[in-house]
Structure formats: structure tokens, C-alpha cells
Design a protein around this ligand. Structure first.
Ligand code: FAD
Length: 434
């Protein structure tokens, strides 16, 4: 089969790939030099929309509405944009083999792609219950959500089960956003997770109590401290119920599982240095192999602010790491350098009329401030994390753009906290006065 050659290849067609493409264009990439190879059938889009407006019954998001870079207020890159720039968008093409020594990628259909410089942007895949041998986990209408095809299947199921029952397995981002989206579609929703509260990797018990109360008021049945151990199905193979470890059985027409992800690094095993489950990079997203970069969910990179190395599975880092890598590639070609990546962690989520942002590091002591009563109309509240006497992390629900900026500034500046009681009573003013 014919071999294609490019100066630059981005492997993966998700968020990082789209933002990298825009940066390539800014840096003056020439027609024919860049290819994006993606197993998805569509041009890069803002993945977070899949668990939010993509599932809404009204105000629904559909492509081409949310192609990158609209999620950060930037230009929307339609498929035509890539052809105008002479960027090859090679879609519906899964790379099955990567040989970094010969700089060759080979697709599942046997096509070979050569590169001079490679950017790995393969993102993550979902962890499946069938991976743990959960009985009946391959029944129909049990969904996972990563790509647009997954979201389309879920939308079909929602339409085909009006006023149906759904069980959401997992209490993280996906669990919380999907429970809200299904409830808005008039589905009867139960959430199941083993931890004592939702989003335990980020939320404190105090933060989680607000969201759990709010969800309960929306009619969502939250079941904590147990897990799904099996699924029943009807003669058509469709899921009918979820069996819990504590013996309870929940009826279900739809199940959505959100129990975490795993970075897609398998193609490169043994060929490149790895750390903390990802591909190890420097502050320019260069890997241990020359001319190979890794960005987004797959990269384990130096987190300068905390003098640590970390992997981050969030959209803001996917965008910024992609831009940093492309800037570094062009700079090095001109014998120049760029500043080291200096990332301030930023996570957010939206569900119902709620919207929160978090900046910094969630370590140390915490104080909660504001109105965290789930039944109140304003529900503006937040939390600071304090380590070694400094505020290192800040969370805010229902903040205005200025207030969110203020908590970001706090997390970056790490000001002295003073007394925790005073910090709690000062609340948001501590950030806005900085
Ligand atoms: P991805 O965007 O996942 O792109 C990876 C691409 O690589 C995909 O196109 C994939 O098909 C392709 N690919 C993988 N392997 C191959 C192969 N072998 N051959 C060809 N192509 C391949 N983050 C937030 O901060 N806030 C949110 O609200 C939020 N919501 C989310 C909601 C959902 C439903 C999901 C799934 C994620 C969400 N995230 C959110 C996380 C965020 O979307 C990811 O961190 C981000 O997309 C990572 O970008 P990436 O480019 O590294 O990977």
C-alpha cells in the first residue's frame, strides 16, 4: 500500500490536536506539511460538550457548532479550515502500530504514514466494567462516553426510552454531568458509587454535601457505599436491572458507566519513557525520543508550580500543552527556545444551573465559605485549600467571570492564609481584594 509522508504528524484528532493545528497555522506551517490522523470520523471538537449540551432536549449542541476552538472563545475550525491551510485531516483511520525508530505509523488497514516530527495526542479511553469481569456488563443500553459515536448512541437510547429509568455508575465528573443530563430528559435517575461522597478526588465532604443535596432535590436517587456487581437483560439482550453488592436490585432501561479513564499509550510501550501512567515529557512536551512530543491526557509533564511531575486529564491542559509543544517545535527549528510550561491546574464542570471552577492544588486543610445550602436560591459558595500557611487551591460554585479570575489569582499567588476562621468568614472577599 502507498506510503504517505509528512513533516509533522499529530496522532489523535481530539482537543489537543485541534488546538495544535491552530498553533501550527499561526506559526506558518506550509501546505502539505501537517497531517492529523484520527480514528474519529469528524474534525476535532470540544469533547466536554458530549456530557453537557449534546444531551440536552433543548438548546442541543451539534456539530459543526462545537468544533475547536469555540470552547475557549476562539475561532471555530471547520473541516474546510484544514483544507484551506493544506492540513491533511485523515479521519476514520485508527493507527494500529507505531514504530518510533523508523518514524512510521501504520493504520489498521495497513496504510503507512511517515513523519519527521510526531505529536502523540491519543487522549484517554474509558475503563469498562467488562474489564473487571462484571457479569452481564456487555448488555445493550449500557453506555460509556468518550467519543461522539458513544454520545449518539446514548441520545438514541434516551429517545427510545421516554420517561425510562437510568442508573449511573460512578460519582465523578461523568456521573454527575450525565445524571443531570438524563434527569433534564425526564428520565428517572439513580446514581451509584462506592465512595462516601461524590467526586472524592477533588471535592471535600462539605462541597459534595451541597451537590448531593441539590441532586436529591432534583429527584435523583443517590446510593453510596456500594458498587454494581451484575446486570440483568431481557430476551433482546437489553439491560433490565443493575445488581448492587449490598443486595439491592435497581430497574434500568439505560445504564451509563463513568468509572474513570486510562491514557492511550499502548502503541508506544517499550519505545518511550513513561511515568505515572503517561508518556514522560519535559516542559516543552518533548518525550525521551527525539522528534516525538506528547500532549494532553497522555503526557506526564513537569508541574513547575509544585515542583512535581503530573498527568492532567482536563481540557484546559489539553489546549495549552498542545500550543506549548507546537511553539517549542517551531522555536527549536529556528534555534530559539520558549519559556517552560508553567501550568496552573484548572478544572470545571457544569450541570443543571450549576457551574463550578477550581484552580490550584487540593492539598492540606480546607475552609468552606459562602452559602452552601442546596435549597437556597443563590448557592454561591467556595472552598480554599491551605498548605504550610498558604492558600494553594480555590473552588467556587456560581462565580462571575471576575470572581473566577480572582480565585485563579489566589491559587497562582499562594498568599498567606492567616487564621482559618478569619479566612472562612472573609470568604470570597479574600480573593477579590488580592
Ligand atoms: P482527546 O480529546 O480524547 O482526543 C484523543 C483523540 O485521539 C481522539 O480523537 C481519538 O479517537 C484519537 N485516537 C486515540 N487513539 C488513536 C489511534 N490509535 N489512532 C487514531 N486515533 C486515535 N475536561 C474538563 O476540564 N472539563 C469538562 O467539563 C470535561 N468534560 C468531559 C466530558 C467528556 C464526556 C469527556 C470524555 C471528557 C471530558 N473532559 C473534561 C476531559 C477532556 O475532554 C480531555 O481531557 C481532553 O479531551 C483531552 O484532550 P486530548 O486531545 O488529550 O484527548
Amino acid at each position: 500500500m502507498a506510503e504517505k509522508s509528512f513533516k509533522y504528524v499529530i496522532l489523535g484528532g481530539g482537543v489537543a490536536a485541534g488546538y495544535a493545528a491552530r498553533e501550527f497555522a499561526k506559526q506558518g506551517v506550509q501546505p502539505g506539511e501537517l497531517a492529523i490522523i484520527s480514528k474519529e470520523a469528524v474534525a476535532p471538537y470540544e469533547r466536554p460538550a458530549l456530557s453537557k449540551a449534546y444531551l440536552f432536549p433543548e438548546g442541543t449542541a451539534r456539530l459543526p457548532g462545537f468544533h475547536v476552538c469555540v470552547g475557549s472563545g476562539g475561532e471555530r475550525l471547520l473541516p474546510e479550515w484544514y483544507s484551506e491551510k493544506g492540513i491533511s485531516l485523515i479521519l476514520s483511520t485508527e493507527i494500529a502500530q507505531a514504530d518510533l525508530a523508523s518514524k512510521t505509523l501504520t493504520s489498521a488497514k495497513g496504510e503507512a504514514f511517515k513523519y519527521e516530527t510526531l505529536i502523540i495526542a491519543t487522549g484517554s479511553t474509558v475503563i469498562k466494567l467488562s474489564d473487571f469481569g462484571v457479569q452481564g456488563a456487555d448488555a445493550k443500553n449500557i453506555f460509556y462516553l468518550r467519543e461522539i459515536d458513544d454520545a449518539d448512541q446514548l441520545v438514541e437510547a434516551i429517545k427510545s426510552k421516554p420517561n425510562g429509568k437510568a442508573v449511573i455508575v460512578g460519582g465523578g465528573y461523568i456521573g454527575l454531568e450525565l445524571s443531570a443530563a438524563l434527569r433534564i430528559n425526564n428520565i428517572d435517575v439513580s446514581m451509584v458509587y462506592p465512595e462516601p461522597w461524590c467526586m472524592p478526588r477533588l471535592f471535600t465532604a462539605g462541597i459534595a454535601a451541597f451537590y448531593e443535596g441539590y441532586y436529591a432535590n432534583k429527584g435523583i436517587n443517590i446510593i453510596k457505599g456500594t458498587v454494581a456487581v451484575g446486570f440483568g437483560a431481557n430476551e433482546k439482550g437489553e439491560v433490565t436491572d443493575v445488581k448492587l453488592k449490598d443486595g439491592r436490585v435497581l430497574e434500568a432501561d439505560i445504564v451509563v458507566v463513568g468509572v474513570g479513564g486510562r491514557p492511550l499509550t499502548t502503541l508506544f510501550k517499550g519505545q518511550v519513557a513513561e511515568e505515572k501512567g503517561g508518556i514522560k515529557t519535559d516542559a516543552f512536551f518533548k518525550t525521551s525520543v527525539s522528534s516525538v512530543y506528547a500532549v494532553g491526557d497522555v503526557a506526564t509533564f513537569p508541574m513547575k508550580l509544585y515542583n512535581d511531575i503530573r498527568r492532567v486529564e482536563h481540557v484546559d491542559h489539553a489546549r495549552k500543552s498542545a500550543e506549548q509543544a507546537v511553539k517549542a517545535i517551531f522555536a527549536s527549528e529556528q534555534g530559539k527556545s520558549v519559556d517552560e510550561y508553567d501550568y496552573l491546574p484548572y478544572f470545571y464542570s457544569r450541570a443543571f444551573d450549576l457551574s463550578w471552577q477550581f484552580y490550584g492544588d487540593n492539598v492540606g486543610d480546607t475552609v468552606i465559605f459562602g452559602d452552601s445550602n442546596p435549597t437556597s436560591a443563590t448557592h454561591k459558595f467556595g472552598t480554599y485549600w491551605i498548605k504550610d500557611g498558604q492558600v494553594v487551591g480555590a473552588f467556587l460554585e456560581s462565580g462571575s467571570p471576575e470572581e473566577n479570575k480572582a480565585i485563579a489569582n489566589v491559587a497562582r499567588a499562594q498568599p498567606p492564609a492567616g487564621s482559618l476562621d478569619e479566612l472562612a468568614s472573609e470568604g470570597l472577599a479574600f480573593a477579590t481584594k488580592l
